[in-house]
Design a binder for this molecule. Structure first.
Ligand SMILES: Nc1nc2c(ncn2[C@@H]2O[C@H](COP(=O)(O)OP(=O)(O)OP(=O)(O)O)[C@@H](O)[C@H]2O)c(=O)[nH]1
Length: 482
């Protein structure tokens, strides 16, 4: 990620007047606020430790709240929540194929299938306390191990689509969880059930695997937003195991341990929901800084792509409206301009004029000097016209060696003067060619005026053309107005 120092500020205009500004703040403030943000996260994750310490130091550990129905309702709610979160993370896994999400799904599934029996056997608490108790630590141990494996798979290649939908591994895992249920029942009825080592091994194991998980996350500097949620949840799971170790069935520490675990579970499921509503993956959700950076870069790219597109559009427009040989307007574009001029003249009660031009004996130039010289003469002639007309007049090549000039707001007299200028400049020009220098050229011109010679494009074109032919008849190299 680029450092946020005093470097150049990228500012990208968004819709309306919003802008994304990146960079610019002093490095020291950036560092301090980052450290503060990390301390906040650590403080938040570790806050249940204060409650545990408080209860451990100041409460009578003998105080109990033994309510079987309340416990059954709480575990039933946790089981339903577990099923729902398992389903959502499985949907995320199906979309992204991310191995971490596969292990998260298995973690939730395993926890739910084992933990449910902790609630089911609440009524057995007086008959066989271990049958009731051991499913709790067993479920937390299974989940801690699966979440640790999940972390180890972080950023691995996604599973192939056919692997994601293969039901076999899921069936095997469900069977393994049900076997765990049976194994826990077996232990509960065995001679070692009451040994503190059994419960301590399970709960301590859950605590141990959670601690390893956190150490690996810190060592790997894994800090994306969803993985931060993952990490905080793991800390809460670990602290709940600690509270379970310190508590006794039904006492306040024991209930607190349930609440801390529930907090971790809720928070991790919040991360799952975030993934579900975005990329369906845990690794590809960026932090806000990176998102803003990416957004800014994407907008810079969009902006330059837009400019290129506008440039290309202008080029296309130009190509579609000009004659490729001479650069003059083409017939289609010229007719559009004359139509627009007619509309303007009608609206403002103005007049304009047209010149119809045809090079004299052009065939002879082609025949004598060749087509390439002819082409260069056509280009030279258009240049001559452009030099002689006014800035807002326009020249078009109508085909072959026939041209037209549009003279907005020009009376017939002005048009004749401009036509005469073109004729004389052409006659006196020397059209140099690489192949054959000094080609002499003349042009015949017919003039018509909108209003005077007609009120439609056809009539004024026809009038100019007729006068052009008359100019040819009268010996060429002249301008004719009647
Ligand atoms: N070099 C070149 N010649 C062209 C082009 N388009 C048309 N021509 C030539 O222009 C010539 C027009 O010949 P004509 O219609 O007989 O007219 P002209 O020789 O100018 O005779 P008048 O118009 O009666 O003075 C033909 O030889 C065409 O081949 C072009 O793009 N390049």
């Amino acid at each position: 990620m680029p450092p946020f120092n005093d470097g150049p500020i990228i500012s990208v205009r968004m819709h309306m007047d919003m802008s994304v500004k990146i960079g610019g703040q002093p490095e020291v403030i950036r560092r301090v606020t980052k450290i503060y943000a990390r301390l906040l996260i650590a403080g938040f994750a570790l806050s249940p430790a204060f409650l545990i310490a408080y209860l451990y130091l100041f409460q009578d550990p003998g105080l109990k709240f033994e309510d079987h129905l309340f416990h059954e309702i709480a575990i039933a709610a946790a089981t339903l929540e577990g099923i729902f979160v398992t389903y959502v993370s499985w949907r995320c896994y199906l979309s992204s194929g991310e191995p971490l999400l596969r292990w998260l799904t298995l973690g939730f599934l395993g926890f739910t299938l084992i933990y449910a029996l902790h609630g089911v056997f609440t009524g057995m608490a007086h008959h066989n306390i271990w049958l009731f108790l051991l499913y709790g630590p067993a479920s937390r141990l299974a989940m801690a191990i699966l979440l640790l494996i999940g972390l180890l798979s972080f950023n691995q290649e996604p599973d192939a689509p056919e692997q994601r939908i293969n039901p076999r591994p899921w069936r095997i895992w469900i069977a393994a969880f049900l076997l765990t249920d049976i194994a826990v029942a077996f232990i509960a009825y065995s001679a070692i059930a009451g040994s503190p080592a059994v419960r301590l091994t399970m709960e301590g194991g859950a605590l141990f695997f959670s601690a390893v998980n956190i150490i690996l996350m810190l060592a790997g500097r894994i800090r994306s937003p969803l993985m931060t949620i993952f990490g905080i949840s793991i800390v809460l799971f670990g602290l709940s195991s600690l509270a379970f170790i310190l508590g006794k069935p039904w006492n306040h520490m024991w209930w607190l341990a349930h609440a801390i675990f529930a907090g971790g579970f809720f928070f991790l499921s919040y991360g799952i929901i975030q993934a579900f509503h975005t990329t369906r993956s845990f690794s590809s959700i960026y932090n806000q800084e990176e998102m803003v950076n990416r957004l800014a870069m994407a907008m810079v790219r969009t902006e330059s792509a837009l400019q290129e597109l506008q440039h290309s559009n202008r080029m296309l427009e130009h190509l579609a409206s000009t004659d490729p040989l001479t650069g003059a307007s083409n017939r289609r574009h010229f007719i559009e301009r004359v139509d627009a001029e007619i509309a303007r003249s009608r609206r403002d009660n103005l007049s304009f004029s047209l010149l119809a031009l045809d090079l004299d004996n052009f065939k002879a130039i082609n025949d004598h000097y060749g087509h390439q010289v002819g082409d260069e003469v056509l280009q030279g002639f258009v240049q001559k016209c452009l030099e002689e007309i006014r800035p807002y007049d326009s020249v078009a090549r109508m085909g072959g060696e026939e041209f037209m000039v549009l003279l907005p707001q020009a009376t017939l007299e002005v048009a004749v003067a401009i036509g005469e200028r073109i004729r004389s400049a052409t006659e006196n020009a020397v059209f140099d060619s690489i192949v054959m220098p000094k080609v002499i050229l003349t042009v015949s011109i017919g003039v018509s005026q909108f209003g005077r010679d007609g009120n439609t494009i056809d009539t004024i074109f026809r009038a100019a053309d007729e006068r052009l032919y008359r100019a040819k008849d009268q010996g060429r190299n002249c301008v004719i107005t009647t």
